[in-house]
Design a protein around this ligand. Sequence first.
Ligand SMILES: Nc1ncnc2c1ncn2[C@@H]1O[C@H](COP(=O)(O)OP(=O)(O)OP(=O)(O)O)[C@@H](O)[C@H]1O
Ligand SMILES: [Mg+2]
Length: 334
Amino acid sequence: MDTDSTALAENEPNAAAQPVHNDDEKSGVIIETRNLSKIYRDFWGRKKVNALKSLDIEVRQGEIFGLLGPNGSGKSTTIKLILGLLFPSSGRVLVFDKDASETSKNERIGYLPEESYLYKFLTAEETLDFYGRLFDMSGADRKKRVAELIQLVGLAGAKHRQLKEYSKGMTRRVGLAQALINDPDLILLDEPTTGLDPIGTREMKDLILALKERGKTILLCSHQLADVQDVCDRVAILHQGELKELGRVSDLLKVQDVTEVHAEGLSEDAKSEIAEVIKRHGGTLKSIDNPTATMEDLFLNIVRESEARPGARRVSAAETQDASDSGQQEEAGQ
Ligand SMILES: Nc1ncnc2c1ncn2[C@@H]1O[C@H](COP(=O)(O)OP(=O)(O)OP(=O)(O)O)[C@@H](O)[C@H]1O
Ligand SMILES: [Mg+2]
């Protein structure tokens, strides 16, 4: 995916990374749920599942808000209520200060569903052109926008292939491009990284951040904790339809009363001295060790190296050490 957001910028010459402000959003609140509840009922109106219980959240202009929770906790239900695809059993949802049931608001919303229902026999280009028509875009506008979006989601090489030939990750990218066709102010993403490999996931996250830079408001739901941590400003954690936690990611994850120091090139003596200083000041040294990178960093580095030097196999330092240790043991045993 080309995540440098050029395609977005070209389509909004006057936006220049400024958030979109309308008179009806003076409060800066884009989505507001009030005591929102959803009970799914069966054919005879009997209660089947209490999917959402009295949810009160606000999503503010320009932020990336994450809805987090295990399977079946009510994330997709919340998104569908915001879109007006479902009606609340009680409570309300306001989007752009309008009731969620008002369909006119949907012109300003982009939606990536949990599973995209796209026509398998259309190409990516035809698919996006089709959605452009639904928004009454002119032929010239559609052509320009479709080309920009295909570039943006990294499908330029496959744009003439039918979607039935696409991998899961490629289909997800078309789904995202479709969600952006109307250049929406509010983007709702239901599990945006599902089916993407680590590179696609990183690119999707960069793209989400690039959209935020353009002043878009994004609500995404996921159970991929690392993804949420990387991109969201605030999160709501749901469990069995109930809001369990709400706050800024940085505040929620801060471990109080622990100080982290990162240093390079310290000798063993210097480390002992630091341990002494901590002790002298009444603190407890928890660990003094080399930090570990994330699996994502490791994977992305390997892929980048492999692209730069095809054919070469990278062997980690620890592996080399293990190999030489076992070699020595074998020699000793001979
Ligand atoms: N159409 C439906 N009819 C009956 N029950 C439903 C319906 N849709 C969802 N549910 C139930 O509502 C609850 C919440 O479902 P929802 O799809 O909102 O969860 P989710 O958090 O999105 O889960 P996942 O992570 O698996 O996508 C679940 O118990 C689910 O079985
Ligand atoms: Mg879901």
